[in-house]
Design a protein around this ligand. Structure first.
Ligand SMILES: [Zn+2]
Ligand SMILES: [Zn+2]
Length: 128
C-alpha cells in the first residue's frame, strides 16, 4: 500500500513491530504530504527515520513524553509527526524549506541527522 509514488504505508510503522503505523489512518496524512513536498522540492530521496511510535517504543528511543509520534487522541489515535532525512541536504536546510512551505504553521525542528515535522496547533520552530 502506498500514500503516493514516493512513500509506502509500511515506512510509517512503529519499529517495535507492534503494528501501529501499518494502516494509512495511523498517521496524519498532512505530514506525509509535507514530506512529499520536500521530496519534490529537493529532487532527492527522502528517508523516513521515525513516524509512528507506540508509547513503549517512544520511551525506549528517548522520545518526549508527549511526543506527537505517539497516537494522538484528537486524531483518532493517529500519529501526527514524521522525522525525515533528505539525501545530501542538511537538516537545518530542510527545516528552512518546511518553515517557508508551512508559512508559520505546525511544528518543525531539526537535529544532527533528521528534520522533524508535526501538525501541532500552536506553531513551533526548534532544534534538538
Ligand atoms: Zn510499537
Ligand atoms: Zn520527531
Amino acid at each position: 500500500m502506498r500514500f503516493n509514488k514516493y512513500f509506502q504505508v509500511a515506512e510509517m510503522a512503529c519499529k517495535c513491530g507492534c503494528g501501529f503505523g501499518t494502516k494509512p489512518g495511523d498517521i496524519d496524512e498532512r505530514v506525509v504530504w509535507i514530506a512529499t513536498c520536500a521530496r519534490i522540492h529537493f529532487a532527492a530521496p527522502v528517508t523516513i527515520t521515525s513516524a509512528c511510535r507506540c508509547p513503549s517504543h517512544n520511551a525506549k528511543v528517548g522520545g518526549a513524553k508527549a511526543s506527537r509520534h505517539q497516537p494522538q487522541g484528537a486524531l483518532n489515535g493517529a500519529s501526527s509527526a514524521l522525522d525525515i532525512k533528505v539525501k545530501g541536504v542538511a537538516p537545518a536546510q530542510v527545516q528552512a524549506f518546511l518553515d517557508e512551505l508551512l508559512a508559520g504553521r505546525f511544528g518543525v525542528g531539526y537535529g544532527e541527522t533528521f528534520t522533524h515535522v508535526d501538525t501541532r496547533d500552536t506553531p513551533a520552530r526548534f532544534d534538538y
